[in-house]
Design a protein around this ligand. Structure first.
Ligand code: NAP
Length: 284
């Protein structure tokens, strides 16, 4: 994700504390594809991890809303790929930093698909800089998209899921939200906030059969990673116990489990890392 994340990985040695939360028995059986097409909203799905999630869930036969803010062409390509694999999809332009955009998107989801069954809050940005030099806009822009956007989307989605008395919300956090990272005070605060929001919403939404979990990726081999160059990538890999970067498709596989698998209907309030072992450190 950035040179700052590299610094985190090289120094991370603390195991993750995974807090087990009491979950409530769902009032209905977990969703299965046999009950009909599940409608999934994936924010920030025009590229990277979001595009991989959208395509993966589309290939499972879901109706997928491919959200984007600026990249219309790539979003439409994701829509076409989903249709070619057996799912259905539409692209909706909506800025996750704008509440009016978010409300309009969910209104369209209700009218076109009858409401949202699964929400994947994936959209995210970075505006890195040392804390003492961070400009107010750098701070606020990242909080607005990465944290406030997750809150408002969850609010809108829950409104639709509560009526169905079922639903699943998956929030894209980061290992940076668990450990912090120099140069990413804004990003770490937002991603850590997402983990707290995940637990609070899990407790509030459980009574309506809605689960809420977060996924915390480590270093995923996106276009951004390639920009680091070969030498830097080798150093990154040496700090990862599994010795390689993750793939967006691997994150998508975890999201697919949380979104669709029947047994995941009994998992709520957790932040699950998918990081090649960064959380446990590189060892000696
Ligand atoms: P990416 O390649 O930069 O893609 C970001 C996506 O978010 C794009 O589709 C972008 O679409 C969309 N987006 C950005 N701002 C938006 C906004 N205001 N409203 C709606 N959509 C917006 O990022 P990525 O690497 O796939 O990361 C996806 C998520 O995983 C993020 O939340 C990120 O923090 C998290 N994550 C990534 C890594 C990693 O190593 N890559 C590690 C940990 C966590 P437009 O171009 O249309 O704006």
């Amino acid at each position: 994700m950035s040179r700052f994340l590299l610094a985190l990985m090289l120094s991370a040695t603390t195991a993750l504390r995974v807090v087990t939360r009491r979950t409530l028995t769902p009032r209905r059986a977990a969703m299965t594809m046999k009950e009909g097409a599940t409608t999934v909203v994936v924010t920030g799905a025009s590229r990277g991890i979001g595009a991989a999630i959208a395509k993966d869930l589309g290939a499972q036969g879901c109706n997928v809303v491919v959200n984007y803010a600026a990249s219309e062409g790539p979003a439409l390509e994701v829509v076409e790929a989903i249709k070619a694999s057996g799912g259905d999809a539409i692209a909706i332009k909506a800025n996750m930093a704008e509440l009016d955009d978010i409300k309009a998107m969910f209104k369209q989801v209700a009218s076109e698909f009858g409401g949202c069954d699964v929400l994947v809050n994936n959209a995210g940005i970075t505006k890195d800089g040392l804390a003492m030099r961070m400009k107010p806009t750098q701070w606020q822009d990242v909080i607005d998209v990465n944290l406030s956007g997750v809150f408002y989307c969850s609010q809108q989605a829950f409104n639709q899921m509560a009526k169905k008395r079922k639903g699943r919300i998956i929030n894209m956090s980061s290992v940076v939200g668990l450990f912090g990272n120099p140069g990413q005070a804004n990003y770490a605060s937002a991603k850590g906030g997402v983990c707290g929001l995940t637990m609070s919403n899990a407790k509030e939404f459980a009574a309506r059969g809605v689960t809420v979990n977060a996924v915390c990726p480590g270093f995923i081999g996106t276009e951004m990673a390639n920009e680091l160059g070969e030498d830097m990538l080798e150093k990154v890999k040496s700090a990862i116990p599994l010795g390689r970067l993750g793939a967006a498709e691997e994150v998508a596989g975890l999201v697919r489990y949380l979104a669709l698998d029947e047994s995941a209907g009994y998992i709520t309030g957790h932040s699950l890392t998918i990081d090649g072992g960064i959380a446990i450190g590189a060892g000696f």
